[in-house]
Design a protein around this ligand. Structure first.
Ligand SMILES: [Zn+2]
Ligand SMILES: [Zn+2]
Length: 492
């Protein structure tokens, strides 16, 4: 009897000891390893330079230059990189504002993406109520002024660390213009600029701190132009052929098609030109279409069916059709190897802590939109890690990059929790210290993630194996926008 109870006692002890060990291991997994003194030094330097980078971001915020017209913004970022010792290749891929900055030698080659284009019509002061800064002007409603600056800050921090530690490898900063509908990165991918990149990192301004293995929707757009014959709509209608009829017939057929496409598909259009006056049979009409789906191949197939509807519409209305592909982007291929690493580093860095003034700004601006279930504290929290293999919502030209090299991204709370992208509230917070604090969270997380790969290049090999498995061995890149030239005047 006594023997049994001693046995039970020891088993219990073993069990407790085991679970203690398990708890310690789980804790180890949860808590990343402490930083080395040189990593710590890199973060300290970034913190010291926060004001300098905040000034640069504010300058780009004030310039608010539109896609492919970001001359001054691109210039300021290149100048900062050049002064830090990077060599610059300006005007790549036949785009005056696209550039590549590089430092170091050999492998691995780690690239960081930097966007800097603004959005039309969203000019706003850095105040918590709607106040237009420049009438009819543009605004950084997607926070790309922070995006570009944080990525440059991260690249410079990594360069200093490579130099201080004598580590082999190349750090590159890709200046990628016209993300908003201009698909700048796709032309850069097409020009082969990412062919030798081992790992690509990026981030995006947001109202949350996240680092997920998340996808996005593939997207292809085109303008469908119909040409008819003008005639008096009442006195000689038989002489006329209505281009607007072409557009309407096309729209009707596409709207019927909606029932016969996979449910995650998105097709949206606007009529950009519909005629001049009811008493003139319209000679010219135009519809602008977007087709989206989580899978790039499905976008290609649905887009071809939309073209067939347009051709059928032209035939039936005796009009002539021309169409021009405007842009096309792949879905993002998430890379779990890199995403987990990025998440670990985001946890190390942590979120954004507001001062009482920033909190007052946040509270005031939150009265101007539906805050839902969000709380202000979310700015200081890191959301749990998620894997979302199937994209939903938006599209990005990071998609094409992610099929070329394993790619990971994150978001930082540069906007007050609950804020949506492309809103005046995003412009407002992005122009304050709330924006620049979030920007530094991104800069630090990106830099630490690059360091991890430089210290252990086998991570790049593992990430590449994952990419190869996901895209398939026989994958050959073909841009969704075909061989069209960059639409340098699409915002003019
Ligand atoms: Zn955007
Ligand atoms: Zn954006």
């Amino acid at each position: 009897m006594r023997k049994i109870s001693i046995q039970i006692y020891f088993s219990l002890l073993l069990l407790l000891w085991g679970s203690e060990l398990y708890a310690q291991n789980a804790e180890k997994k949860k808590k990343p390893a402490p930083l080395t003194p040189k990593e710590q030094q890199m973060l300290t330097t970034l913190t010291e330079k926060e004001e300098q980078y905040a000034t640069l971001a504010k300058e780009i915020w004030s310039l608010a230059e539109l896609g492919y017209q970001e001359e001054k913004s691109a210039q300021r970022l290149q100048q900062t990189l050049q002064e830090a010792g990077f060599s610059i290749t300006p005007s790549v891929a036949q785009i005056p504002t696209a550039f590549v900055a590089s430092y170091g030698q050999g492998e691995p080659v780690i690239g960081i993406l930097a966007e800097f284009d603004a959005l039309p019509g969203l000019s706003q002061e850095a105040v918590p109520e709607r106040k237009i800064r420049v009438e009819g002007g543009a605004g950084h409603a997607c926070g790309h002024h922070l995006f570009g600056t944080a990525s440059v800050a991260a690249a410079i921090a990594v360069k200093d660390w490579l130099q201080n530690t004598g580590t082999t490898g190349t750090i590159r900063l890709y200046g990628t213009p016209a993300e908003e509908g201009g698909a700048g990165k796709v032309y850069m991918v097409r020009a082969g600029l990412f062919d030798d990149a081992d790992v690509m990192l990026h981030w995006h301004p947001s109202s949350k701190n996240t680092a997920n293995a998340a996808s996005s929707l593939a997207n292809k757009s085109a303008k469908f132009r119909f040409y008819g014959n003008a005639a008096h709509a009442s006195a000689a209608p038989e002489q006329g052929r209505s281009a607007l009829d072409g557009v309407e017939a096309m729209n009707m057929m596409v709207n019927m098609m909606r029932e016969h496409v996979p449910s995650e598909s998105r097709i949206h259009y606007v009529i950009t030109k519909g005629g001049e006056a009811p008493n003139i049979v319209p000679e010219f009409a135009e519809a602008f279409y977007y087709v989206r789906h989580p899978e790039m191949q499905m976008v290609k197939d649905i887009f071809d069916r939309v073209v067939k509807a347009a051709e059928g519409a032209a035939l039936g209305t005796d009009t002539r059709l021309e169409y021009e592909v405007i842009h096309g982007v792949y879905n993002v291929l998430p890379n779990e190897t890199l995403a987990a690493l990025m998440f670990k580093n985001l946890q190390r860095v942590g979120g954004v802590q507001y001062t009482p003034e920033e909190e007052a700004f946040a509270e005031k601006i939150r009265t101007t939109f539906d805050v839902g279930k969000t709380t202000i504290d979310a700015a200081n929290e890191v959301e749990p890690y998620k894997v979302e293999a199937k994209g939903s919502g938006g599209s990005t030209d990071v998609g094409d990059v992610s099929w070329m090299a394993p790619t990971a991204g994150m978001t930082a709370a540069t906007w007050v929790p609950g804020t949506y992208a492309h809103s005046w509230q995003a412009v407002a917070a992005g122009g304050t210290s709330i924006g620049s604090k979030g920007m530094m969270v991104a800069a630090k997380t990106l830099a630490l993630t690059a360091l991890d790969v430089f210290k252990d290049p086998s991570i790049a090999t593992q990430a590449q194996a994952e990419l190869l498995e996901k895209k398939g061995a026989d994958f050959k890149y073909e841009s969704l926008l075909g061989d069209r030239e960059p639409p340098l005047d699409y915002r003019k």
